[in-house]
Design a protein around this ligand. Sequence first.
Ligand SMILES: [Zn+2]
Length: 251
Amino acid sequence: MNTAVNRDLFLEKINALIAGKRADNCFYYTQEKYSKMLSEVVSAKIKCNTPLNYRRLKRFDVLKINDKEKLIVPLKPGKTNIQYYVINEELYSILYETHTKIRHGGRTRMLKELQAEYKNITYEVVMLYLNLCKQCQMKHSAPKKGIIVKPMVSSELNSRCQVDLIDLQSNRDGEYKFIMVYQNHLTKFVQLRPLKTKRAEEVAHHVLSTFLTFGASAILQSDNGREFSNQIISEIYAMWKDVKIVRHSQT
Ligand SMILES: [Zn+2]
């Protein structure tokens, strides 16, 4: 399986992106624009006599490597890390090598690696590349562990029930501040109880009275979290030793 980014597709997209930019933008360099800037910087270094030349030399320097001249960011005193300007044609191979080197790392890693070495590789170019990487896209679309995708189906009347609380503290009715919602998973039959607190004893008392009317549920689940259902179950155990319940928190 080829998991690399399709080069032709990348070039097509990058060309469309650059076509939407002004010709004098300072991030995207055609070979022609790069060569022109390079010779301008070289002559500015020989004779820096205009404000334009001065501004150029603040942004650019020229470094000769194996008889080839490269545009770089002027080194600050005491610094040694060189940042290169790259031309559009180099983008694909640089992104490919970096992305492979960091084993399909995400945009933050990519940007960090690239910006250490190159001056003009933009966020949008990195995102364009990552969005075309099949391996990264598969990684993102894979279902996350721990999330239940399949809906739960109950076949028995008391196999599964849900207990949740509605918080009415801001709109209390006298001493009642919560509503307990108890729902049978199979029949969807709902019972509501007013509660003065959300303490486990009080909730458990009402759950137990429902159990005693309709039968005990084998599984008790709650959107209020694991700790909540654990506490209710231990309270119910304290009141009714022989009951068998399995906790299941659904988040
Ligand atoms: Zn990737």
